[in-house]
Design a protein around this ligand. Sequence first.
Ligand SMILES: Nc1ncnc2c1ncn2[C@@H]1O[C@H](COP(=O)(O)OP(=O)(O)OP(=O)(O)O)[C@@H](O)[C@H]1O
Ligand SMILES: [Mg+2]
Length: 256
Amino acid sequence: MGHTICIVSQKGGVGKTITAVNLAAALAIFGKRTLLIDCDPQGSATASVGINDKKSGQAFQRALQEINFTAEIITHSCLELLKVIPAPSEILQNDATPISMPGNEKFLHTLLARFRADFDYIIIDTAAAPASFMAINAIITSDSVLIPLQCELLAFQALRNTLRTLIYIKNKHRLKLKLEGVLLTMYDKGEDVSERIVQSARKHIRHRLFKTVIPRSVQLRESASFGRPLVVQNAGSSGAQSYIQLAKEILAKKKG
Ligand SMILES: Nc1ncnc2c1ncn2[C@@H]1O[C@H](COP(=O)(O)OP(=O)(O)OP(=O)(O)O)[C@@H](O)[C@H]1O
Ligand SMILES: [Mg+2]
């Protein structure tokens, strides 16, 4: 059964999408059947794996409107073992659509039931709004959440807000949701703020923290425009290696 990890943060621009895309690709490189689901209507994860065609999101959107999931919703990517459900189109940005009525928070969970056994890992990217309709759907269907903690000022405030919202959703929907881990992102070695955030995180939440730290890297930043995750584009780069390390950590955790 696909272990489902949702990438969540209430703060925008902290590395959710880059993490979702590179982690999913790294897991596929390690031979795991992986599904990347883009639950952010902005579609950044979809574009980052080279799916630009507008039609690709229509199947997901139709599924949402008709509450009917067919295999056509899943598309191929640059890696054989990495499949993708591209972001639905704009309609879901409008919380007044019929699909976002109360009771529909579990539609993704219901619809995924048919496919879960076909994958070892399912990675879901979400928008910076964990209480939005799409994100709640993603959280409800996940076994765990991974929270990026950007090495930036106010990082812990963002983490606290995110955890508060997650606890609310977990209690409200009686979920078993676990914390996969907190991931330090955009770390600048030697830079004062970065060092302070890493030290504080290691002091206060060490047992919740991934050992892997994602460095700030120009190659990671530019990778979205290649339409291929950096772990595929340039596996030897330090940014790619950090995500390969993260995938190893997650694989080891599941075994242990
Ligand atoms: N490790 C990194 N090094 C350098 N740039 C990075 C790194 N991680 C992310 N970025 C850049 O920072 C920006 C935000 O990253 P990303 O889109 O992954 O964040 P996000 O949390 O998904 O944002 P949003 O909340 O808008 O969806 C992007 O321009 C991305 O290329
Ligand atoms: Mg994003």
